[in-house]
Design a protein around this ligand. Sequence first.
Ligand code: MSP
Length: 527
Amino acid sequence: MTAQKRFYLTTPIYYVNDKPHIGHAYTSLASDVVVRYKRLRGYECHLLTGTDEHGQKVQQAAQRAGEETALFTSRFAENFRSMAERLQISYDGFVRTTEERHRLSAQAFWTRLQESGDLYDKDYEGWYSVRDENYCDASEIKERADGTKVSASGGEVEWVIEPSIFFRLSKYRDSLLRHYDAHPDFIMPRTRMNEVRSFVEGSLWDLCVSRTSFSWGVPVPEREGHVMYVWVDALTNYLTGLGFPNEGSKGGGLFDFWPADMHMVGKDIVRFHGVYWPALLMSAGLELPKRIFAHGWWTNAGEKISKSVGNVIDPIALVDEYGLDRVRYFLLREVPFGEDGDFSHEAMVRRSNEDLANGLGNLCMRVLTLADRGWGGLPVCEGAACKGVTLEQDEALLAKFDAGEALLEERMEACSFHRALAGVMALVGEADRYITREAPWKLLGAGDEVSKGRAGVVLWVLCECLRMAAIDLLCFMPGSMGRILDMLGVGEGLRDFAHRGRRLPRTGGKLGEVAAVFPRLEKRGEA
Ligand code: MSP
């Protein structure tokens, strides 16, 4: 028996200092698309998400709200859980870092670092950005016009002096560089890899891994007054979600999913995942994740999204306004994954109408309405009058769709979602030109059996195109593609890549209820 192919993917865990916004939705959606795709390819997948609930940033947010920290974090963690439900993120595990199982996991991880001799006591004296939860080197600090000192990302920094525990990060410099050399795709896209490499090649200082000036964190084992630096606590969630410290015996337990196949992250947190995390894992004697993919950031109509500007985009409001699948499609089609992108309602409406309403949705309605008219079900192209003979142009179109699968696979492997989608939509465009050229409505209208037979072949070919396109797009738009497959009468068990190459019967069959999948959007009103 061949071993089941496994795939473990994680989203970052989200700070519970505020409501979810489009950036959080984006990371989760991209992760969901990858995992759904892998499942359709026959992998057993585990998608982990969750909430990052410790640290000063969260504690201060609770204080500002005048709420008890634990209650505050529970309330916001619920928001993130319901965002995941609303966006149909098909997660298998959700870790809250305030859970007991996480405390045990993070402490066990810490003990491993301790046992490796990689921890030592020293006072931290330097800059700290609470917004980034990051220690900043003096060389990275900038000064605003009003004299406020800020980190590279614009977060205010404060001078901190406190007794701490340090991790011998510098000891791992050469091992990290060797790992990057041996695995050039460890961090993607390549620009991010280069950034990380030059950071490590520069002066890699030891990392401060405990805090003593506040207590909202995982207690350091056997060290009164120390809580773990929130990033060490947070990164360990990727192990907690697999039941760590119970590593099982590589015999079917959850920990068999380790090492992660991919950590999906935003570009702002690459250093934590690409430098600190692998060094910590090396110290703990655990395998390194296979890939870290860093996506870009969204701006709103050209402006950086920020609460103070008041231009935060609420993903739930977008879904309420446009419907989930339009939002999922837009976010992953509009911008090359890995690059920054700009959100605007105009672009959202344009993209939905062009690709989904006029493109796929329209083709689907035309084909299925004609099939319904001709056969009261799926087209028939085998039988007395029609021998099911496909002509050269029919085979040419089917061949293009067949070949589309390899192209899709290559693009999905590279997380090049916009190209994956563009490829499928280009095929839909081919099918559109084909229906115009073959004009099955004229054939049906001719009233003779031979023409009807030919119409049957043309529409059967088009149903095949729709079926293949729907399978290709299922991971992006599970709801609406599911409806298209329902209409085509494709059974649940046949909706994957193992069945994509098998043809629909030519002898007709029942159509599901035919209804528009993507009605055209009018110009946007106010949400
Ligand atoms: N808690 C840490 C992650 C710990 S993972 C062990 C964190 N949380 S976060 O809530 O601030 O951000 C989570 C994700 O949202 C990051 O991947 C970040 O890049 C992403 N985004 C936040 N704002 C964004 C945009 N404006 N656009 C796109 N994604 C952005 O970091």
